[in-house]
Design a protein around this ligand. Structure first.
Ligand code: DQA
Length: 153
């Protein structure tokens, strides 16, 4: 007998440019976990919470915008804009238009690196920002988002 799981929330995880290279890319900064592993661990966390989660990665700003614009049936986002963090008014505008809670994620501590990384176009509109903990930033970001959706803050 098959039982259909009813998820309470739907979360989309969006990874920006170059995050497909995690695991080999500047491991001294970003750690050695691959994007596949991060997504798998998030899936396990989501299953425990009875949350539907899915994932999208792109190296193209317009694709990220299109996916966000089409994410009407999600309750919130985990978003690592990667280098677009520091440049993209267009992605900021999309998130404002969607008007859904999102947690801004960074593996590295963007405040302790080059000056140009200190500027984020997302932090002031994000529910929270998780950074500087490697892959753990994603897992903590998931917990933040779910607690917020549950009303626990
Ligand atoms: C990053 C930080 C950004 O400055 C950088 O361009 C990235 C990854 C992070 O996860 O630490 O690509 O968002």
């Amino acid at each position: 007998m098959s039982e259909k799981v009813k998820h309470i929330y739907r979360v989309k995880t969006i990874h920006g440019p170059n995050l497909n290279l995690l695991g080999t890319r500047e491991t001294q900064i970003y750690g050695s976990e691959t994007l596949t592993t991060i997504n798998q661990k998030l899936t396990v966390l989501a299953q425990k919470e009875n949350v539907f989660i899915d994932f999208f990665q792109s190296n193209h700003e317009g694709e990220l915008i299109d996916v966000l614009q089409n994410a009407h049936d999600y309750h919130g986002f985990l978003f690592n804009p990667a280098a677009y963090t520091h440049t993209s008014i267009a992605l900021r505008d999309t998130l404002l238009a969607m008007n859904k809670p999102f947690v801004e994620i960074h593996l590295s501590d963007i405040n302790q690196r080059e000056d140009f990384r200190k500027k984020s176009y997302f932090s002031d509109i994000a529910l929270a920002i998780e950074f500087g903990k490697g892959a753990q930033s994603y897992y903590d970001g998931f917990t933040r988002l779910i607690n917020h959706l549950k009303g626990d803050k």
